[in-house]
Design a protein around this ligand. Structure first.
Ligand code: SF4
Length: 260
């Protein structure tokens, strides 16, 4: 799918956040060509002109972001990124994230979360940061679920390969298991495939409200059993309980389990 790129100029680049574990966020882009159907960041569309089109079909590139980070030190962990994937497809050509990393004060504590192995391109720069943690969102989506829910994001296998490479290069790495949906995620399998390359884990259960109407409709139509569990309070609680049991039995370091 062709993505519309809108070049914008940001007023500031480090934004305060209440996200667990971080003090600030940095978003090179607003919008994301990975076009995940469940994307929680799509609420941003409300404040964008209607002619932008659907979430996932456009991206704003903050072209002045590399200049904004230059010479600026901020304390606490900076999370990249909350309303985009810094390594989404347009980054390959635009190299905006790369330019930001080039200019960023390397004393800044940086945590990057992505779904793309494009991050491997920037290992030379990432290595220069003293405190850096790199995470991949990994789940069990394949086939129909992958096509429907994460159409333009690299496959989970590719993400795991990249995670392995980064671990071998000596980076502190983590796996963000999300979104956890009954019948569509195999926690034991995800953990067993990532355990050797992850220093720690975050887990996140599907936020159906945040994922939006279109996602809910698709889930109901294509995976009715999964939909039934996420929309039935008692069944969902039971599912969470079972997942927690699995997580606690895995001998891994867990930073957090997000339940919305
Ligand atoms: S990769 Fe993240 S930001 Fe991008 S569309 Fe998917 S969920 Fe949204």
């Amino acid at each position: 799918m062709k993505i519309k790129v809108i070049k914008t100029k940001a007023k500031s680049i480090f934004t305060r956040t209440k996200l667990p574990g971080s003090k600030r966020v940095i978003n090179p882009y607003v919008g994301c060509g990975h076009n995940c159907l469940y994307c929680y960041a799509k609420f941003i569309s409300r404040w964008r002109p209607g002619n932008y089109g659907k979430w996932g079909s456009w991206v704003e590139a903050k072209v002045n972001a590399p200049a904004l980070v230059k010479g600026k030190y901020v304390d606490g962990w900076v999370f990249m990124s909350s309303i985009c994937d810094a390594y989404q497809p347009v980054e390959k050509k635009l190299k905006l994230t790369r330019k930001i990393l080039e200019n960023m004060d390397k004393r800044i504590k940086l945590a990057i979360l992505t779904k793309s192995d494009l991050i491997l391109r920037d290992i030379d720069l990432l290595k220069q940061f003293k405190d850096i943690e790199i995470g991949f969102t990994i789940n069990s989506f394949t086939g129909k679920a992958k096509k429907l829910f994460e159409p333009n994001a690299p496959a989970n296998n590719q993400r795991i390969k990249a995670l392995k490479i980064l671990k071998k290069k000596g980076f502190k790495t983590y796996t963000f298991v999300s979104p956890i949906i009954s019948g569509l995620i195999d926690l034991r399998d995800v953990i067993s495939r990532t355990k050797d390359f992850s220093d720690y884990y975050w887990f996140e259960f599907l936020n159906l409200r945040g994922a939006g109407k279109q996602f809910a409709q698709a889930l109901e139509k294509e995976f009715p059993k999964s939909y039934e569990i996420v929309t039935d309070k008692a069944k969902f609680q039971q599912f969470i309980k079972e997942c927690k049991k699995i997580i606690n039995s895995q001998n891994i370091k867990v930073r957090g389990i997000e339940i919305h």
